[in-house]
Design a protein around this ligand. Sequence first.
Ligand code: SF4
Length: 306
Amino acid sequence: MNLIQQWAAGVLKDNDSPRRIIVTPEPNCNLECSHCYFAHQKVKLSDTPVDWIKVIDFALKHDTDVLVAGRIVTDRVIRFVDQYLQIAQARGTQTKLSVVDNGYTINRLERYFPRIDSFNISIDGCDESHDSQRGVQGAARVAWNAVHYLKGKGYDPVLSSCISPITMKGWEDFEKEVEAADVRMAVTPILQIGETPTSSLYQSSHPRVQALEKLVKGVPKLIQLHDVRDVRAMREILGKDMVWSQENTLPGLKIILDSGIHIVFRPISLSYLTEFLVDDQGNILSQKRVCNLEDLNQQELWAAYS
Ligand code: SF4
């Protein structure tokens, strides 16, 4: 039974083992991206160090992937990573650690690099588009420098992109640079959930189709869909070639195109059940408890099959 079927059968409702926890020891960020799903408030943090033991226990006990999503690498982030790795080592437990960064601060974790399983550096498009979406001139080059630095050290970072009506401009040039750099790429169409500084970047379905067409025609990559509107747009593009199969490594459904492009659909409602958030105070927020299961839109689960 795949996760969607498990969800439909109600099995997941009582399952407290998430696939992944996303830890944000540092809630503040140096950028103010138009598409950021999180509030840009400058959170005032207490000087008292957070006790991460509960979170680390939880992750190790459930054999759960840990994604450190910053927002930038500050002392708080370093403290979490250090504690997680030390406790796991003392217990002889395997770690599963990924880090996402916008390129500005990843080097602060350098002494832990050999124990980090996966690096994600965010670059959203060509320089002009990326800098426009991220609101800071030169942000794209900083991120690219981080990618090249990691590759130069022998690591294999994933370039995480967010395509939007802003970043789809110049997308082809961006993909040329991705190809030349020989770097893996994962792209997510911009989501319209929560509060973003620019709440409605997509005004109609048309740019959505245009954006996805660019992705489907381009270099090999992982395309991550979370919104059923993107599934519908993809159906318009792929027609009869859109045949989903079960995704085994990630919860969701997948399509693999002959060009080497992988498309994965993971409805947001499913993410709610399989990914827990950890806030800057070390609280584990099981999203299934904060969202009403009755509100989850079953249609989005079945849309992929129809
Ligand atoms: S770099 Fe990430 S966390 Fe920071 S504003 Fe941009 S999307 Fe948000």
